[in-house]
Design a protein. Structure first.
Lengths: 245, 425
């Protein structure tokens, strides 16, 4: 049987096709203003017996294509378990939300936390801050790690934080140190969420922000641990969806 | 054109704004309430009440006023309806459950004030609440700091505000204060109505309000059935209408629904399939038409089996002792009953946590969803304690904070669906 999972995130749509428990196809596309069209393109020539949708566009997808639906939290839990059977805690930082999930030994959700209705501490926040510093996303993390000091960011609201960054630069602060400060603020926020659900190892970091070396290194330093990161941290939700049929 | 236009105009209602409010309310009710499946037939009464929300009931109040009775508007479960009935006046809960004119409200209260308080200002400032306009006296009360300070401003926009002080600790002094404040309130009611507080009046008031509560207790206990015979949304509506319907008609209507539910339970009929995850909602009050969270919960594969809220068991639990002989006895009995209300403005407030635990047992709930209004400090504090303690005794808790806006629907739905999945695992 061929099972597909589609994770419709705010910034990226991810598709995974699995056959007999093995990943056969994984594809991504940017989510633009027309989610249904983006999904159609992604699904072109893809054959499957069942499809399960997750991500914030899951209900829209179901209405249009007819699918199973699961929450991102369940999808990430299943996907992470598939990739790392010893995992007990998940941190997912995606485009517009951050989640911390703890699981029991059987891979069931024990507790989860999600950010409130704003982009603070999410991938989108980092994107906007990188732009304000004129860094590419790749550079953003790497340069931040070169800084010895970090400039403290007080505002967690994306809009206010951007003006705070601009005034730090105007004050002559080092761009790398500002970048490090921004990343540290995201890391601190994520750790607070992780502590609420309880951190036990293995700790897996997923979602698009897990591509950012700066975030990964600073979390590891703060928690004095090594994070498990999938080869492609963006497709974990889609894997989990493909496993739920 | 509505047959009530003349009455509304007479009350100073802004007809255009009011029409659009009623339109929004009507379509929300249709989408949220009328689309539910397997509703008890008795809910037709409440459908009618909502369809006449600002019409028939307001007309009844106006007719009663024409006959010399007084109408007392309230915002809180600490205001003793017994005393209001004892002087032959009528109590009505005032509108505070929708996002109305918050910009205008923010000229009186800070931005980071909860939606409930802002709404009380918004309804008045936008001139869309005929209840506010139909009152002879509005009772404010010193519960949380937000309300306490807001009433200082509210008196500038209404001309009939009375503010009641409330204790913050369950001490002897606290109870003395409550009783003294109820006596002061009784004197004010006597002056307003020209009617004396008598043993007979108190007896009538206490019995009437107890009967209202008993009807709600009966409804609540039927929700413990394995196949839940009524939705949480419908039960919430009954709890909301509790605050402004004619008491006798309300009691009869709720008891009629209970009769029907008993038959349903006997036949094994219900609103959701057996084994649907069962939820207790606990937290801030949900005033009409705030149906946002229960709607999300009950369209995400769960059923609400109890509300630990002012519009729920916090408001209706405990009866006033009816075995009283003197006015003084009655004041003691009334103060005793109201003093047990476990609102989060009290410190410490362990009773509330214990009540939630009891409700989980009684209604066989699988989990608790704590509902906090954004910027409501007392409930935000207690949410943290509740989550720690209940999770520690293996009762799953999801704590959400929201307001009356619709912009966080997606995020709330994701959390609630995931919580329901957790309960099903």
């Amino acid at each position: 049987m061929i099972h597909a999972g589609i994770d419709i995130g705010s910034r990226t749509i991810k598709l995974v096709v699995m056959e007999d428990g093995i990943i056969k196809i994984s594809k991504k596309t940017e989510n633009t203003f027309n989610t249904i069209e983006n999904c159609k393109e992604l699904l072109q020539d893809i054959k499957y017996d069942s499809i399960t949708a997750t991500g914030y566009g899951r209900h829209l997808f179901n209405e249009y294509f007819g699918s199973n639906v699961i929450s991102e939290i369940k999808a990430f839990t299943k996907g992470t378990n598939y990739l790392f059977p010893n995992s007990r805690t998940i941190l997912d930082i995606g485009g517009q939300d951050t989640k911390a999930i703890s699981m029991d030994a059987k891979g069931r959700i024990k507790k989860f936390e999600m950010n409130d209705k704003c982009a603070a501490g999410t991938g989108r926040f980092l994107e906007i801050m990188a732009m304000a510093l004129r860094f590419s996303l790749q550079e953003f993390g790497d340069r931040a790690l070169e800084a010895s000091e970090s400039e403290k960011i007080n505002c967690m609201c994306t809009v206010f934080a951007e003006s705070e960054v601009i005034s730090q630069l105007a004050r002559g602060a080092d761009r790398k140190a500002v970048a490090k400060g921004i990343i540290q603020s995201v890391v601190n926020r994520s750790i607070t969420q992780l502590k609420k659900v309880g951190i036990s190892e293995d700790l897996v970091f997923v979602g698009g922000v897990a591509f950012n070396n700066g975030v990964v290194r600073l979390i590891e330093e703060s928690l004095n641990t090594t994070l498990c990161i999938p080869e492609d941290p963006q497709i974990v939700g889609a894997i989990g969806a493909a496993l739920e049929y | 054109m509505s047959k009530y236009d003349e009455m509304w105009t007479g009350l100073g209602i802004d007809l255009e704004a009011h029409d659009s409010l009623l339109r929004v309310l009507g379509s929300a009710y249709k989408d949220i309430y009328l689309k539910q499946e397997n509703r008890p037939k008795g809910m037709e009464y409440f459908d009618f009440v909502v369809s006449e929300l600002h019409g028939l009931r307001v007309k009844e109040l106006m007719d009663a006023r024409a006959n010399g009775r007084k109408v007392i508007g309230t915002f809180c479960v600490f205001v003793p309806e017994e005393l209001i009935i004892a002087v032959n006046a009528i109590a009505v809960g005032l509108c505070a459950g929708a996002d109305i004119a918050s910009d205008a409200a923010e000229e009186y209260v800070p931005r980071n004030t909860c939606a409930l308080i802002k709404s009380a200002f918004g309804f008045k400032l936008a001139k869309v609440c005929p209840y506010i306009e139909a009152t002879d006296m509005i009772v404010g009360e010193n519960t949380c700091d937000g309300k306490k300070k807001a009433f200082e401003e509210y008196k500038d926009i209404v001309d009939n505000l009375y503010v009641m002080d409330l204790p913050q600790m369950k001490s002897e002094v606290g109870k003395y204060l409550l009783k003294a404040e109820y006596k002061r309130f009784a004197r004010t009611l006597e002056e307003l109505t020209g009617n004396k507080i008598t043993v007979e009046g108190l007896k009538r008031g206490v019995k009437m309000v107890n009967d209202k509560r008993k009807a709600m207790h009966r409804l609540a206990s039927l929700r413990a059935a394995a196949i839940v015979p009524i939705s949480g949304l419908d039960s919430l509506l009954a709890n909301q209408v509790f605050f402004y319907d004619d008491p006798e008609r309300f009691i009869a209507s709720v008891n009629a629904i209970c009769d029907e539910l008993e038959v349903r339970i006997e036949k094994g009929e219900g609103v959701f399939p057996k084994n649907t995850p069962r939820i207790i909602v606990s937290g801030c009050p949900m005033a009409v038409p705030n149906w946002k969270l229960p709607h999300i919960i009950e369209t995400s594969g769960a059923v609400i089996v109890g509300e630990e809220m002012c519009t729920g068991e916090r408001g209706t639990q405990h009866l006033v002792d009816e075995a009283c002989e003197t006015i003084e006895d009655y004041f003691d009995a009334i103060a005793d009953r109201y003093f047990k209300i476990d609102c989060a403005v009290f410190t410490p407030n362990d009773d509330r946590l214990n009540h939630v635990k009891q409700m989980v047992d009684k209604y066989k709930a699988d989990g608790v969803i704590h509902y906090g209004l954004q910027f409501c400090q007392p409930y935000a504090h207690e949410a943290m304690t509740m989550e720690k303690i209940l999770e520690g005794s293996d009762i799953p808790v999801l704590s959400v904070e929201t307001d009356y806006s619709q912009e966080d629907l997606g995020q709330l739905k994701t959390r609630i669906e995931a919580f329901v999945e957790r309960l099903q695992d």
